[in-house]
Design a protein around this ligand. Structure first.
Ligand SMILES: Cc1cc2nc3c(=O)[nH]c(=O)nc-3n(C[C@H](O)[C@H](O)[C@H](O)COP(=O)(O)OP(=O)(O)OC[C@H]3O[C@@H](n4cnc5c(N)ncnc54)[C@H](O)[C@@H]3O)c2cc1C
Length: 458
Protein backbone atom coordinates (compact mmCIF):
# COMPACT_ATOMS: atom_id res chain seq x y z
CA UNK A 1 0.00 0.00 0.00
CA UNK A 2 1.36 3.43 -0.90
CA UNK A 3 0.34 6.88 0.36
CA UNK A 4 -2.97 8.50 -0.59
CA UNK A 5 -2.49 9.70 -4.21
CA UNK A 6 -4.43 12.94 -3.71
CA UNK A 7 -2.47 14.77 -6.39
CA UNK A 8 -3.35 12.05 -8.93
CA UNK A 9 -7.01 12.18 -7.93
CA UNK A 10 -7.03 15.98 -8.22
CA UNK A 11 -5.53 15.69 -11.67
CA UNK A 12 -8.41 13.39 -12.68
CA UNK A 13 -11.46 15.19 -11.25
CA UNK A 14 -10.17 18.72 -10.56
CA UNK A 15 -9.18 20.35 -7.27
CA UNK A 16 -12.73 21.40 -6.41
CA UNK A 17 -13.91 17.78 -6.45
CA UNK A 18 -11.44 16.23 -4.03
CA UNK A 19 -12.72 17.19 -0.58
CA UNK A 20 -10.18 16.38 2.10
CA UNK A 21 -11.26 19.12 4.48
CA UNK A 22 -13.37 17.71 7.34
CA UNK A 23 -16.07 20.41 7.11
CA UNK A 24 -16.49 20.09 3.35
CA UNK A 25 -16.64 16.29 3.57
CA UNK A 26 -18.95 16.11 6.61
CA UNK A 27 -22.24 16.22 4.67
CA UNK A 28 -21.27 13.02 2.84
CA UNK A 29 -20.27 11.07 5.91
CA UNK A 30 -23.58 10.81 7.80
CA UNK A 31 -26.46 8.86 6.31
CA UNK A 32 -30.11 9.91 5.92
CA UNK A 33 -31.16 8.26 9.21
CA UNK A 34 -28.46 10.01 11.24
CA UNK A 35 -27.64 6.62 12.75
CA UNK A 36 -24.47 6.04 10.72
CA UNK A 37 -21.49 8.39 10.56
CA UNK A 38 -18.24 7.20 9.02
CA UNK A 39 -14.68 8.35 8.44
CA UNK A 40 -12.98 8.89 5.06
CA UNK A 41 -9.70 10.50 4.07
CA UNK A 42 -11.34 12.31 1.16
CA UNK A 43 -14.57 12.61 -0.82
CA UNK A 44 -14.11 12.35 -4.59
CA UNK A 45 -16.69 13.61 -7.09
CA UNK A 46 -16.05 12.32 -10.63
CA UNK A 47 -18.12 13.65 -13.54
CA UNK A 48 -17.79 10.82 -16.10
CA UNK A 49 -17.32 7.08 -16.31
CA UNK A 50 -13.75 7.62 -17.45
CA UNK A 51 -13.00 9.82 -14.44
CA UNK A 52 -14.56 7.21 -12.13
CA UNK A 53 -12.44 4.50 -13.78
CA UNK A 54 -9.28 6.56 -13.32
CA UNK A 55 -10.13 7.21 -9.65
CA UNK A 56 -10.79 3.50 -8.96
CA UNK A 57 -7.64 2.53 -10.85
CA UNK A 58 -5.47 4.94 -8.81
CA UNK A 59 -7.04 3.72 -5.56
CA UNK A 60 -6.59 0.05 -6.52
CA UNK A 61 -2.92 0.64 -7.32
CA UNK A 62 -2.40 2.32 -3.94
CA UNK A 63 -4.53 -0.19 -1.93
CA UNK A 64 -7.14 2.40 -0.94
CA UNK A 65 -10.64 1.30 0.08
CA UNK A 66 -13.61 2.93 -1.65
CA UNK A 67 -17.06 3.67 -0.27
CA UNK A 68 -19.68 4.33 -2.98
CA UNK A 69 -22.46 6.88 -2.54
CA UNK A 70 -25.41 8.02 -4.66
CA UNK A 71 -28.20 10.12 -3.15
CA UNK A 72 -27.37 8.93 0.40
CA UNK A 73 -31.02 8.04 1.08
CA UNK A 74 -30.30 4.37 1.83
CA UNK A 75 -31.65 3.31 5.21
CA UNK A 76 -29.17 0.57 6.21
CA UNK A 77 -25.91 2.50 6.53
CA UNK A 78 -24.34 1.24 3.28
CA UNK A 79 -23.77 4.64 1.71
CA UNK A 80 -21.31 5.94 4.32
CA UNK A 81 -17.94 4.51 5.44
CA UNK A 82 -17.48 2.53 8.66
CA UNK A 83 -17.33 4.56 11.89
CA UNK A 84 -13.60 3.97 12.32
CA UNK A 85 -12.69 4.15 8.63
CA UNK A 86 -11.54 1.03 6.80
CA UNK A 87 -11.65 -2.06 9.09
CA UNK A 88 -8.38 -3.28 7.52
CA UNK A 89 -6.79 0.07 8.38
CA UNK A 90 -6.19 1.16 4.79
CA UNK A 91 -6.80 4.72 3.65
CA UNK A 92 -10.42 5.13 2.46
CA UNK A 93 -12.11 7.51 0.03
CA UNK A 94 -15.80 8.05 -0.58
CA UNK A 95 -16.74 8.37 -4.26
CA UNK A 96 -20.04 10.09 -4.95
CA UNK A 97 -22.02 10.18 -8.21
CA UNK A 98 -23.49 13.54 -7.32
CA UNK A 99 -22.10 15.18 -10.52
CA UNK A 100 -23.04 12.28 -12.84
CA UNK A 101 -26.56 13.43 -13.68
CA UNK A 102 -26.83 13.24 -17.50
CA UNK A 103 -29.97 11.70 -18.98
CA UNK A 104 -30.08 10.70 -22.67
CA UNK A 105 -33.01 11.26 -24.99
CA UNK A 106 -35.78 8.66 -24.63
CA UNK A 107 -35.87 5.80 -27.14
CA UNK A 108 -39.64 5.82 -27.71
CA UNK A 109 -39.65 2.69 -29.88
CA UNK A 110 -37.45 0.60 -27.58
CA UNK A 111 -39.15 2.30 -24.58
CA UNK A 112 -35.95 2.86 -22.66
CA UNK A 113 -33.60 5.61 -21.52
CA UNK A 114 -29.89 5.71 -20.70
CA UNK A 115 -28.90 7.70 -17.61
CA UNK A 116 -25.78 8.44 -15.62
CA UNK A 117 -25.68 6.86 -12.17
CA UNK A 118 -26.33 10.13 -10.31
CA UNK A 119 -29.60 10.99 -12.11
CA UNK A 120 -32.51 11.08 -9.64
CA UNK A 121 -35.79 9.18 -9.95
CA UNK A 122 -37.61 12.49 -10.27
CA UNK A 123 -35.39 13.69 -13.13
CA UNK A 124 -35.63 10.36 -15.00
CA UNK A 125 -39.41 10.29 -14.61
CA UNK A 126 -39.71 13.87 -15.88
CA UNK A 127 -37.62 12.95 -18.95
CA UNK A 128 -39.84 9.88 -19.55
CA UNK A 129 -42.99 12.01 -19.19
CA UNK A 130 -41.80 14.29 -22.03
CA UNK A 131 -42.37 11.23 -24.26
CA UNK A 132 -45.64 10.19 -22.62
CA UNK A 133 -43.93 7.38 -20.71
CA UNK A 134 -43.18 6.65 -17.06
CA UNK A 135 -40.13 5.47 -15.08
CA UNK A 136 -41.48 2.32 -13.40
CA UNK A 137 -39.69 2.76 -10.04
CA UNK A 138 -40.96 5.33 -7.55
CA UNK A 139 -40.01 5.98 -3.92
CA UNK A 140 -40.82 8.80 -1.50
CA UNK A 141 -37.08 9.67 -1.70
CA UNK A 142 -37.51 10.38 -5.44
CA UNK A 143 -35.87 13.82 -5.41
CA UNK A 144 -32.57 12.47 -4.05
CA UNK A 145 -32.36 8.70 -4.71
CA UNK A 146 -30.26 7.99 -7.80
CA UNK A 147 -30.17 5.48 -10.64
CA UNK A 148 -26.99 3.89 -9.27
CA UNK A 149 -28.43 3.64 -5.76
CA UNK A 150 -31.69 2.14 -7.05
CA UNK A 151 -29.83 -0.56 -8.94
CA UNK A 152 -27.28 -1.17 -6.17
CA UNK A 153 -30.09 -1.70 -3.63
CA UNK A 154 -32.51 -3.32 -6.11
CA UNK A 155 -35.07 -0.85 -4.75
CA UNK A 156 -38.75 -1.78 -4.62
CA UNK A 157 -41.05 1.13 -3.82
CA UNK A 158 -44.65 2.02 -4.43
CA UNK A 159 -44.90 0.82 -8.08
CA UNK A 160 -43.29 -2.56 -7.47
CA UNK A 161 -46.65 -4.31 -7.21
CA UNK A 162 -47.37 -3.20 -10.81
CA UNK A 163 -43.99 -3.26 -12.57
CA UNK A 164 -41.60 -5.32 -10.42
CA UNK A 165 -38.40 -4.31 -8.63
CA UNK A 166 -35.53 -2.23 -10.03
CA UNK A 167 -33.70 -5.33 -11.34
CA UNK A 168 -36.65 -5.95 -13.68
CA UNK A 169 -36.23 -2.48 -15.21
CA UNK A 170 -32.51 -2.77 -16.01
CA UNK A 171 -31.72 -3.49 -19.67
CA UNK A 172 -28.06 -2.55 -19.47
CA UNK A 173 -25.35 -1.18 -17.20
CA UNK A 174 -21.95 0.35 -17.41
CA UNK A 175 -19.80 -0.13 -14.32
CA UNK A 176 -16.23 0.32 -13.14
CA UNK A 177 -14.66 -2.89 -11.84
CA UNK A 178 -12.28 -3.03 -8.87
CA UNK A 179 -9.19 -2.83 -11.10
CA UNK A 180 -10.53 0.24 -12.94
CA UNK A 181 -11.70 -1.54 -16.12
CA UNK A 182 -15.08 -0.53 -17.52
CA UNK A 183 -17.72 -3.25 -17.93
CA UNK A 184 -20.38 -2.35 -20.52
CA UNK A 185 -23.55 -4.39 -21.17
CA UNK A 186 -25.69 -1.96 -23.09
CA UNK A 187 -28.50 -3.17 -25.30
CA UNK A 188 -32.21 -2.48 -25.54
CA UNK A 189 -32.78 -6.13 -26.55
CA UNK A 190 -35.27 -7.79 -24.23
CA UNK A 191 -34.03 -11.22 -25.34
CA UNK A 192 -30.27 -11.61 -24.96
CA UNK A 193 -29.06 -14.78 -23.26
CA UNK A 194 -25.31 -14.70 -23.81
CA UNK A 195 -23.93 -16.03 -20.53
CA UNK A 196 -24.37 -14.73 -17.02
CA UNK A 197 -26.78 -11.88 -16.28
CA UNK A 198 -24.16 -9.43 -14.93
CA UNK A 199 -26.50 -6.40 -14.83
CA UNK A 200 -28.90 -8.57 -12.79
CA UNK A 201 -26.03 -9.52 -10.47
CA UNK A 202 -25.07 -5.88 -9.90
CA UNK A 203 -28.70 -5.18 -8.94
CA UNK A 204 -28.74 -5.59 -5.17
CA UNK A 205 -24.92 -5.74 -4.88
CA UNK A 206 -24.89 -2.64 -2.60
CA UNK A 207 -21.66 -1.21 -4.03
CA UNK A 208 -19.65 -4.31 -3.08
CA UNK A 209 -18.88 -5.55 -6.61
CA UNK A 210 -18.47 -2.50 -8.88
CA UNK A 211 -19.30 1.20 -9.19
CA UNK A 212 -22.30 1.58 -11.49
CA UNK A 213 -21.76 4.60 -13.73
CA UNK A 214 -24.62 4.39 -16.26
CA UNK A 215 -27.89 2.46 -16.49
CA UNK A 216 -30.19 1.68 -19.42
CA UNK A 217 -33.68 1.56 -17.93
CA UNK A 218 -36.91 0.18 -19.35
CA UNK A 219 -39.81 2.67 -19.41
CA UNK A 220 -43.54 1.87 -19.26
CA UNK A 221 -46.78 3.41 -20.50
CA UNK A 222 -48.50 5.85 -18.17
CA UNK A 223 -51.61 4.22 -16.74
CA UNK A 224 -54.16 6.79 -17.95
CA UNK A 225 -56.90 7.65 -15.46
CA UNK A 226 -56.34 6.33 -11.96
CA UNK A 227 -58.42 6.34 -8.79
CA UNK A 228 -56.81 6.61 -5.37
CA UNK A 229 -58.85 5.32 -2.44
CA UNK A 230 -58.10 5.20 1.25
CA UNK A 231 -60.16 2.87 3.44
CA UNK A 232 -60.14 2.63 7.23
CA UNK A 233 -60.37 -1.03 8.28
CA UNK A 234 -60.54 -2.89 11.57
CA UNK A 235 -58.49 -5.90 10.44
CA UNK A 236 -55.52 -6.42 8.12
CA UNK A 237 -57.45 -9.29 6.54
CA UNK A 238 -60.13 -6.77 5.46
CA UNK A 239 -57.49 -4.69 3.66
CA UNK A 240 -56.19 -7.81 1.88
CA UNK A 241 -59.76 -8.77 0.97
CA UNK A 242 -60.42 -5.30 -0.46
CA UNK A 243 -57.33 -5.60 -2.71
CA UNK A 244 -58.51 -9.01 -3.91
CA UNK A 245 -61.97 -7.67 -4.72
CA UNK A 246 -60.43 -4.91 -6.87
CA UNK A 247 -58.33 -7.36 -8.92
CA UNK A 248 -61.30 -9.77 -9.15
CA UNK A 249 -63.19 -6.90 -10.80
CA UNK A 250 -60.47 -6.58 -13.44
CA UNK A 251 -58.69 -3.47 -12.13
CA UNK A 252 -54.91 -3.03 -12.10
CA UNK A 253 -53.34 -2.27 -8.73
CA UNK A 254 -50.84 0.55 -9.35
CA UNK A 255 -49.91 0.84 -5.65
CA UNK A 256 -51.19 -0.61 -2.36
CA UNK A 257 -50.00 0.71 0.99
CA UNK A 258 -50.92 -0.07 4.59
CA UNK A 259 -50.70 2.36 7.52
CA UNK A 260 -51.74 2.17 11.16
CA UNK A 261 -53.68 4.55 13.39
CA UNK A 262 -50.44 5.30 15.30
CA UNK A 263 -48.70 6.28 12.05
CA UNK A 264 -51.56 8.46 10.79
CA UNK A 265 -51.76 10.25 14.16
CA UNK A 266 -48.01 10.90 14.13
CA UNK A 267 -47.96 12.19 10.54
CA UNK A 268 -50.90 14.50 11.28
CA UNK A 269 -48.72 16.30 13.87
CA UNK A 270 -46.36 17.32 11.06
CA UNK A 271 -48.94 18.62 8.59
CA UNK A 272 -50.72 16.15 6.30
CA UNK A 273 -54.40 15.88 7.13
CA UNK A 274 -56.12 12.59 8.05
CA UNK A 275 -57.25 10.95 4.83
CA UNK A 276 -60.56 9.66 6.27
CA UNK A 277 -62.70 10.96 9.12
CA UNK A 278 -63.32 7.64 10.92
CA UNK A 279 -60.58 6.16 13.08
CA UNK A 280 -59.65 2.49 12.77
CA UNK A 281 -56.57 0.40 13.56
CA UNK A 282 -55.49 0.23 9.90
CA UNK A 283 -55.74 2.27 6.71
CA UNK A 284 -55.19 0.92 3.21
CA UNK A 285 -54.36 3.22 0.30
CA UNK A 286 -54.89 1.76 -3.15
CA UNK A 287 -54.23 3.35 -6.54
CA UNK A 288 -56.11 1.56 -9.31
CA UNK A 289 -56.32 1.83 -13.09
CA UNK A 290 -58.26 -0.01 -15.76
CA UNK A 291 -60.63 0.41 -18.64
CA UNK A 292 -64.13 1.87 -18.38
CA UNK A 293 -65.47 3.63 -15.30
CA UNK A 294 -62.74 2.81 -12.75
CA UNK A 295 -64.32 5.02 -10.08
CA UNK A 296 -67.64 3.17 -10.29
CA UNK A 297 -65.87 -0.19 -9.97
CA UNK A 298 -63.85 0.97 -6.93
CA UNK A 299 -67.05 2.30 -5.32
CA UNK A 300 -68.78 -1.03 -5.92
CA UNK A 301 -65.83 -2.88 -4.32
CA UNK A 302 -65.87 -0.52 -1.34
CA UNK A 303 -69.63 -1.02 -0.82
CA UNK A 304 -69.20 -4.76 -0.52
CA UNK A 305 -66.02 -4.60 1.63
CA UNK A 306 -66.03 -4.47 5.47
CA UNK A 307 -64.53 -0.96 5.67
CA UNK A 308 -65.24 1.51 8.48
CA UNK A 309 -64.96 4.54 6.19
CA UNK A 310 -63.40 5.40 2.82
CA UNK A 311 -62.62 8.26 0.44
CA UNK A 312 -61.58 8.26 -3.17
CA UNK A 313 -60.20 10.80 -5.61
CA UNK A 314 -58.91 10.73 -9.18
CA UNK A 315 -55.11 10.36 -9.30
CA UNK A 316 -52.58 11.70 -8.60
CA UNK A 317 -54.52 12.63 -5.40
CA UNK A 318 -51.43 14.09 -3.77
CA UNK A 319 -53.22 15.04 -0.55
CA UNK A 320 -54.30 11.43 0.00
CA UNK A 321 -50.80 10.19 -0.81
CA UNK A 322 -49.22 12.78 1.54
CA UNK A 323 -50.31 10.87 4.65
CA UNK A 324 -48.40 7.82 3.44
CA UNK A 325 -45.41 9.61 1.91
CA UNK A 326 -44.73 11.73 5.00
CA UNK A 327 -44.36 8.67 7.25
CA UNK A 328 -40.57 8.29 6.95
CA UNK A 329 -39.81 11.96 7.57
CA UNK A 330 -42.34 12.39 10.40
CA UNK A 331 -40.99 9.28 12.14
CA UNK A 332 -37.42 10.60 11.87
CA UNK A 333 -38.46 13.99 13.30
CA UNK A 334 -40.44 12.50 16.18
CA UNK A 335 -37.97 9.99 17.59
CA UNK A 336 -35.70 11.02 20.46
CA UNK A 337 -32.99 8.65 19.16
CA UNK A 338 -32.05 7.60 15.60
CA UNK A 339 -34.96 5.43 14.43
CA UNK A 340 -34.38 1.67 14.29
CA UNK A 341 -35.63 0.93 10.77
CA UNK A 342 -36.20 -2.71 9.90
CA UNK A 343 -37.60 -3.32 6.44
CA UNK A 344 -38.99 -6.86 6.31
CA UNK A 345 -41.41 -8.97 4.30
CA UNK A 346 -43.67 -11.91 5.07
CA UNK A 347 -46.02 -13.98 2.90
CA UNK A 348 -49.24 -12.01 2.40
CA UNK A 349 -51.31 -14.66 4.20
CA UNK A 350 -49.08 -14.16 7.29
CA UNK A 351 -49.47 -10.36 7.37
CA UNK A 352 -52.28 -10.16 9.97
CA UNK A 353 -50.40 -12.24 12.59
CA UNK A 354 -46.98 -10.75 11.76
CA UNK A 355 -48.23 -7.16 12.11
CA UNK A 356 -49.78 -7.96 15.50
CA UNK A 357 -46.60 -9.68 16.71
CA UNK A 358 -44.37 -6.85 15.44
CA UNK A 359 -46.52 -4.22 17.21
CA UNK A 360 -45.95 -6.16 20.44
CA UNK A 361 -42.15 -6.06 20.12
CA UNK A 362 -42.00 -2.69 21.83
CA UNK A 363 -43.10 -4.34 25.06
CA UNK A 364 -40.36 -6.97 24.95
CA UNK A 365 -37.63 -4.77 26.38
CA UNK A 366 -37.57 -2.96 29.70
CA UNK A 367 -37.25 0.48 28.06
CA UNK A 368 -40.38 2.02 26.51
CA UNK A 369 -40.21 2.56 22.76
CA UNK A 370 -42.81 3.36 20.11
CA UNK A 371 -43.42 1.09 17.12
CA UNK A 372 -44.77 2.60 13.87
CA UNK A 373 -45.48 0.06 11.14
CA UNK A 374 -46.40 0.80 7.54
CA UNK A 375 -45.53 -0.62 4.17
CA UNK A 376 -46.32 -1.99 0.75
CA UNK A 377 -49.15 -4.39 1.62
CA UNK A 378 -49.42 -5.93 -1.84
CA UNK A 379 -45.81 -7.15 -1.61
CA UNK A 380 -46.09 -8.35 2.04
CA UNK A 381 -43.53 -5.64 2.88
CA UNK A 382 -43.63 -4.05 6.34
CA UNK A 383 -41.41 -1.13 7.38
CA UNK A 384 -40.89 -1.62 11.10
CA UNK A 385 -39.85 1.64 12.75
CA UNK A 386 -38.93 1.63 16.43
CA UNK A 387 -38.71 5.13 17.93
CA UNK A 388 -36.93 6.30 21.10
CA UNK A 389 -34.76 3.18 21.34
CA UNK A 390 -31.57 3.67 23.37
CA UNK A 391 -28.45 2.50 21.49
CA UNK A 392 -27.82 -0.37 23.92
CA UNK A 393 -31.25 -1.90 23.17
CA UNK A 394 -31.02 -1.80 19.35
CA UNK A 395 -29.59 -5.30 18.83
CA UNK A 396 -32.01 -6.90 21.27
CA UNK A 397 -35.06 -5.37 19.57
CA UNK A 398 -33.67 -6.15 16.12
CA UNK A 399 -33.24 -9.80 17.09
CA UNK A 400 -36.88 -9.93 18.33
CA UNK A 401 -38.16 -8.44 15.06
CA UNK A 402 -36.10 -10.78 12.88
CA UNK A 403 -37.13 -13.77 15.00
CA UNK A 404 -40.81 -12.97 14.30
CA UNK A 405 -40.09 -12.48 10.61
CA UNK A 406 -38.18 -15.77 10.29
CA UNK A 407 -40.91 -17.66 12.20
CA UNK A 408 -43.47 -16.30 9.72
CA UNK A 409 -41.43 -17.44 6.69
CA UNK A 410 -40.37 -13.89 5.80
CA UNK A 411 -37.23 -11.99 4.78
CA UNK A 412 -35.11 -9.73 7.01
CA UNK A 413 -34.53 -7.41 4.04
CA UNK A 414 -37.45 -6.73 1.72
CA UNK A 415 -36.12 -3.80 -0.30
CA UNK A 416 -33.51 -1.73 1.55
CA UNK A 417 -30.66 -4.27 1.51
CA UNK A 418 -28.32 -5.42 4.26
CA UNK A 419 -25.88 -2.48 4.37
CA UNK A 420 -24.06 -2.25 7.68
CA UNK A 421 -27.25 -2.56 9.75
CA UNK A 422 -28.13 -6.21 9.14
CA UNK A 423 -24.86 -8.06 8.50
CA UNK A 424 -25.11 -10.02 11.76
CA UNK A 425 -28.42 -11.55 10.69
CA UNK A 426 -27.93 -12.69 7.07
CA UNK A 427 -27.88 -16.34 8.24
CA UNK A 428 -31.62 -15.93 8.92
CA UNK A 429 -32.23 -15.40 5.21
CA UNK A 430 -29.47 -17.37 3.45
CA UNK A 431 -27.95 -20.80 4.15
CA UNK A 432 -24.26 -21.54 4.59
CA UNK A 433 -23.65 -22.66 1.00
CA UNK A 434 -25.56 -19.68 -0.33
CA UNK A 435 -23.48 -17.26 1.78
CA UNK A 436 -20.25 -18.96 0.68
CA UNK A 437 -21.30 -18.62 -2.98
CA UNK A 438 -21.99 -14.89 -2.45
CA UNK A 439 -18.58 -14.52 -0.81
CA UNK A 440 -16.97 -16.25 -3.81
CA UNK A 441 -18.67 -13.78 -6.17
CA UNK A 442 -17.41 -10.88 -4.06
CA UNK A 443 -13.87 -12.28 -4.07
CA UNK A 444 -13.96 -12.80 -7.84
CA UNK A 445 -15.08 -9.22 -8.54
CA UNK A 446 -13.10 -7.50 -5.81
CA UNK A 447 -10.23 -9.76 -4.60
CA UNK A 448 -8.65 -7.06 -2.42
CA UNK A 449 -11.99 -6.14 -0.81
CA UNK A 450 -11.68 -2.47 -1.77
CA UNK A 451 -15.36 -1.73 -2.42
CA UNK A 452 -17.61 -0.88 0.53
CA UNK A 453 -15.76 -2.77 3.28
CA UNK A 454 -18.16 -3.86 6.02
CA UNK A 455 -21.25 -3.70 3.81
CA UNK A 456 -23.25 -6.91 3.23
CA UNK A 457 -20.55 -9.24 4.64
CA UNK A 458 -19.74 -7.43 7.89
C1 LIG B 1 -38.20 9.01 2.54
C2 LIG B 1 -37.59 7.72 2.04
C3 LIG B 1 -38.42 6.77 1.41
C4 LIG B 1 -37.85 5.59 0.90
N1 LIG B 1 -38.71 4.68 0.31
C5 LIG B 1 -38.17 3.53 -0.20
C6 LIG B 1 -39.03 2.56 -0.83
O1 LIG B 1 -40.24 2.72 -0.92
N2 LIG B 1 -38.44 1.47 -1.36
C7 LIG B 1 -37.08 1.25 -1.31
O2 LIG B 1 -36.60 0.25 -1.85
N3 LIG B 1 -36.26 2.15 -0.69
C8 LIG B 1 -36.77 3.27 -0.14
N4 LIG B 1 -35.94 4.16 0.49
C9 LIG B 1 -34.50 3.87 0.62
C10 LIG B 1 -33.60 4.49 -0.49
O3 LIG B 1 -34.19 5.64 -1.05
C11 LIG B 1 -33.29 3.45 -1.57
O4 LIG B 1 -32.53 2.38 -1.01
C12 LIG B 1 -32.51 4.02 -2.76
O5 LIG B 1 -32.43 3.03 -3.76
C13 LIG B 1 -31.11 4.51 -2.40
O6 LIG B 1 -30.62 5.30 -3.48
P1 LIG B 1 -29.43 6.35 -3.24
O7 LIG B 1 -29.06 6.91 -4.54
O8 LIG B 1 -29.82 7.32 -2.20
O9 LIG B 1 -28.29 5.38 -2.73
P2 LIG B 1 -27.31 5.58 -1.49
O10 LIG B 1 -28.10 5.73 -0.24
O11 LIG B 1 -26.31 6.60 -1.77
O12 LIG B 1 -26.59 4.15 -1.48
C14 LIG B 1 -27.31 2.97 -1.18
C15 LIG B 1 -26.39 1.77 -1.48
O13 LIG B 1 -26.11 1.71 -2.86
C16 LIG B 1 -24.71 1.84 -3.10
N5 LIG B 1 -24.55 2.69 -4.30
C17 LIG B 1 -25.05 3.93 -4.51
N6 LIG B 1 -24.72 4.37 -5.72
C18 LIG B 1 -23.99 3.39 -6.31
C19 LIG B 1 -23.34 3.25 -7.56
N7 LIG B 1 -23.39 4.20 -8.48
N8 LIG B 1 -22.68 2.10 -7.83
C20 LIG B 1 -22.60 1.11 -6.90
N9 LIG B 1 -23.18 1.19 -5.69
C21 LIG B 1 -23.87 2.32 -5.39
C22 LIG B 1 -24.14 2.44 -1.84
O14 LIG B 1 -22.78 2.07 -1.68
C23 LIG B 1 -25.05 1.85 -0.78
O15 LIG B 1 -24.63 0.54 -0.44
C24 LIG B 1 -36.48 5.34 1.03
C25 LIG B 1 -35.65 6.29 1.66
C26 LIG B 1 -36.20 7.46 2.17
C27 LIG B 1 -35.29 8.46 2.82
Amino acid sequence: MSAMPLADLRAVVGDAHVLDDADAAAGYLTDWTGRWTGRADAVIRPRTTEEMAAVVSACAAAGIAICVQGGNTGLVGGSVPPVGGDPADRPLVLVTTTRMTDIDGVDTIGRCVGVQAGATIDAIDRRAAESGLRFPVDLASRESATAGGLVATNAGGIRMIRHGNTRSQVLGVEAVLADGRILRRWTSLVKDNVGYDLPGLLAGSEGTLAVITRVLFRLVATPGDTIVSVAAVHHVADAIGFLGSLTDRGLNIEAAEIMTEAGITLVEEYGPRRPVAARAPFYVLVETSGTGDVEAVVLEALESAPVADAVLEPGPARALWAAREQHTESIARSSATPVVKLDVSVPIRALPEALAELEAVAGMVDHPCRPILFGHIGDGNIHVNLLDVPEDRVDELTAHVFGIVAANGGSISAEHGIGRAKTAWTHLGRGEVDRAAMRAVKDAFDPAGLFNPGVLFG
